[in-house]
Write a protein that binds this ligand. Structure first.
Ligand code: NAD
Length: 248
């Protein structure tokens, strides 16, 4: 391995936004650990592509909501690469339902993956980053964590919590050379949004000043900025990538 390459972990990077972030970080010179759960196939495809292009990448399957799996994930990264420089907490799910019909199970699952997963990975990464006195953490939140959204009480609460976690963590580690920032995407064209019915999509489109959904590349570009040296004095911030959907 090139000892100069920063080492990045992108959770949930077998597809969608995470995949685009992993490929962008590789383009910027990082060795990239692809994490996902379940089927290793898509994750292996991402890592294989990076290796074919001459980069360094490996797949580590782990459920970010399980403490023992997160511990194993970071132990494997340190034993293979010796360090962790960039953590992107991207893994996330939706289980949409109006609050009155929302089950405890769907509340817990969304909070466990989208919020607790980021906490577990951040705590594990910080153990190494604090010693290195250098690190970059980027949390993929959502505009609905700031605005709320009917039918997404669990998801909005998790993403709002993730924004609060971002700011708190940024304050705790700012003197250690570690920045912690959040990206709040609006509607990005991925499997997650392809599941929405056409009427909802048309209604959303009408509210986006840019007149179109974002791409995974739009989010990946914002992550590349936050992890770059150009952003070393920026921490605890939330950057919306939403075509102007929310302005405040
Ligand atoms: P996606 O469903 O296409 O991809 C999510 C990935 O996370 C999948 O590969 C999935 O297997 C993985 N994952 C799920 N649970 C996991 C777990 N427990 N451990 C590890 N990996 C797990 O979704 P996406 O649209 O690419 O979303 C990525 C992130 O961006 C999510 O946090 C999502 O909430 C956020 N986001 C998406 C949009 C959008 O419009 N697509 C908007 C705002 C925020």
């Amino acid at each position: 391995m090139n000892s100069q390459s920063p080492v990045a972990l992108v959770t949930g990077s077998g597809r969608g936004i995470g995949r685009a972030i992993a490929l962008k970080l590789f383009e910027k010179g990082a060795a990239v650990v692809i994490n996902d759960v379940g089927d290793a196939g898509p994750a292996e495809e991402v890592a294989g592509y990076i290796r074919e292009k001459g980069g360094q990448s490996s797949v580590l399957l782990a459920d970010v909501s399980k403490e023992n799996e997160v511990t194993g994930l970071f132990e494997s990264i340190i034993s293979s690469y010796g360090r962790i420089d960039i953590l992107v907490n991207n893994a996330g799910i939706t289980r949409d339902q109006l609050l009155l019909r929302l089950s405890e199970e769907d509340w817990d699952r969304v909070l466990d993956i989208n919020l607790k997963g980021a906490f577990l990975c951040t705590r594990a990464a910080l153990r190494y980053m604090v010693k290195q006195r250098r690190g970059r953490i980027v949390n993929i939140c959502s505009v609905v964590g700031q605005t709320g959204n009917a039918g997404q009480a669990n998801y909005a609460a998790a993403k709002g919590g993730l924004i609060a976690l971002t700011k708190t963590c940024a304050k705790e580690v700012a003197t250690r050379g570690i920045t912690v920032n959040a990206i709040a995407p609006g509607f990005i064209d991925t499997e997650m949004t392809r599941r929405l019915n056409d009427n909802i999509k048309q209604e959303v489109l009408k509210q986006i000043p840019a007149g179109q959904f974002g791409t995974t590349q739009d989010v990946a570009g914002a992550v590349a900025f936050f992890v770059s040296d150009d952003a070393s004095y920026i921490t605890g911030q939330v950057l919306r990538v939403d075509g102007g959907l929310v302005m405040a």
